[in-house]
Design a protein around this ligand. Structure first.
Ligand SMILES: [Zn+2]
Ligand SMILES: [Zn+2]
Length: 170
């Protein structure tokens, strides 16, 4: 979808957009699948430029960062973008003086591709280290057994050190 900023010159415009993002596009190895992403929000005139505020709903499946089991996730978050005309863009020297305040989308004309902006935002909505459950025991680093199902016979290095320490103390 493309945003036509001009539509909001007179009055705020309500927007909704459903977007299918191929999982591979996001380059997140922990991501298994992604449902269509929904955005709804309002585009309105600001000074200078425009502001788009709304809500992004994302859901899908990722792998548990400990045991690799599929974990469903769903998030709904507030998002916003500021659009400012390219001719207002500060020069390099001016940028040094002002702090990195806002992420601004600089536009040359009123038509702005929207999907890349949503994809960028998605990166923040997908969990970084998903867990199938908070107490997930994960896979054994030695034999690969899923320790949620059954404990394996491997001994933790920590246990060995502790055992040595104990034998020294007694
Ligand atoms: Zn897990
Ligand atoms: Zn093991």
């Amino acid at each position: 979808m493309e945003l036509n900023l001009e539509e909001a010159l007179e009055a705020p415009v309500a927007l909704s957009h459903r977007l299918e993002v191929p999982v591979g596009r996001l380059e997140r190895s922990e991501l298994l699948s992604l449902e269509p992403v929904d955005f709804s929000g309002t585009l309105q005139k600001a000074e200078p430029g425009f502001v788009l505020r709304g809500e992004l709903s994302v859901s899908g499946q990722a792998v548990c960062s400990r045991c690799l089991a599929p974990v469903p996730f769903a998030s709904r978050g507030e998002v916003s973008w500021v659009f400012a005309p390219a001719h207002k863009r500060p020069t390099a020297e001016e940028t040094e003086l002002t702090a990195n305040d806002l992420e601004v989308v600089w536009y040359e004309d009123f038509i702005v591709p929207f999907d890349p902006l949503v994809e960028e935002m998605l990166q923040l909505e997908i969990p970084l280290k998903p867990l199938c459950r908070p107490e997930c025991k994960g896979l054994c680093p030695r034999c690969g057994a899923d320790r949620n199902i059954a404990p394996c016979d491997c001994r933790e290095e920590g246990d060995e050190r502790l055992a040595k320490l104990k034998s020294l103390l007694t």
